[in-house]
Design a protein around this ligand. Structure first.
Ligand code: G3P
Length: 227
C-alpha cells in the first residue's frame, strides 16, 4: 500500500520524509490554509523536500468545469509532472476529470463519501479516488467497510483507478484497509507517528541498550567497540 503524508507543515513533512518510506504528500485547501503561507510557496517547498519523483496532490478550487480544468493545468505546470490534481467527485468535477484525462493530466476524485461517486470518478478517468473514511464513520456509517466496497467495485469493474483512503483517526483503520489490499492511504502526521507508538516497543529497545551498557560501559556502541 502506498503511504502519503496528509499535511502541509514543512517541518513535519521534512521530519517524516526522513524517517518513513513514503510515496508523497497530499494536501487540500483547508490544509494549505492552515500552513499560514502562500500556497505556491508552501507547495514549492514541499516539492523540494520530496523531490521530483514523488507524488504531490493539490486540489482545484473552482466549482465549474472550465475553472477546474484551468486550475488543474496551472497546478501541474507549477509543481511538475508528478503532481496529481484533486477534484471533488461531483458532476462538474467528473466533466473536468474527463477533459484533464484527455490532456494526460493525472487526477484524483476527492470528497468521496459513496461508492457511486467512486464509480463515476473511475469511469471519468481518475487515477485515484479518495474516500474520507473517518468522516464516513462520523456520519454513522462504517468507513472501513465502504472503503473496501469501493476497492472491490473498482477491481471487479476492471478499472485501474486506485483507492487513496483519507481521513483517518487511528492506526487500526489504516491497518484494516492495508490488510485488504487497498492501493494507498494518506494520513496526518499524528496518525503516522501513532503507527509504532507503543510502550512495549519502547521498553524492549531501552532494555537492549541498558543490558549492553551494563556489560560494556555507558555510551558504548558496536562501532566504538569494534574499533
Ligand atoms: O483531503 C481529505 C482528508 O484530508 C480529510 O481528512 O481528517 O479532515 O477528515 P480529515
Amino acid at each position: 500500500m502506498k503511504l502519503y503524508i496528509d499535511d502541509a507543515d514543512l517541518g513535519e513533512i521534512r521530519r517524516l520524509w526522513e524517517i518513513y518510506p513514503l510515496d508523497g504528500v497530499t494536501t487540500n485547501p483547508t490544509i494549505l490554509a492552515r500552513s499560514g503561507r502562500h500556497p505556491k510557496e508552501t507547495l514549492l517547498e514541499i516539492r523540494k523536500i520530496i523531490g521530483d519523483d514523488a507524488e504531490l496532490f493539490v486540489q482545484a478550487l473552482p466549482k465549474d468545469m472550465a475553472g477546474i480544468i484551468a486550475d488543474g493545468e496551472a497546478i501541474v505546470s507549477a509543481f511538475g509532472a508528478k503532481t496529481v490534481v484533486k477534484i471533488p467527485s461531483v458532476p462538474e468535477g467528473f466533466a473536468a476529470m474527463k477533459a484533464l484525462n484527455r490532456k494526460g493530466i493525472v487526477t484524483c476524485g476527492t470528497a468521496v463519501y459513496t461508492p457511486m461517486q467512486a464509480y463515476l470518478a473511475a469511469k471519468a478517468g481518475a487515477a485515484y479516488v479518495a474516500p474520507y473514511l473517518n468522516r464516513i464513520d462520523n456520519m454513522g456509517f462504517d468507513g472501513v467497510r465502504i472503503v473496501k466496497q469501493i476497492h472491490d467495485l473498482l477491481q471487479k469493474g476492471g478499472y485501474s483507478t486506485e483507492v487513496l483512503a483519507a481521513s483517518f483517526k487511528n492506526s487500526q483503520q489504516v491497518l484494516d484497509i492495508c490488510a485488504y489490499g487497498i492501493g494507498a492511504a494518506t494520513c496526518a502526521p499524528a496518525i503516522i507517528d501513532g503507527f509504532t507508538k507503543n510502550v512495549a516497543i519502547d521498553a524492549a529497545v531501552d532494555a537492549f541498550i541498558a543490558d549492553f551498557e551494563k556489560a560494556y560501559g555507558k555510551g558504548e556502541t558496536m562501532k566504538s567497540l569494534l574499533q
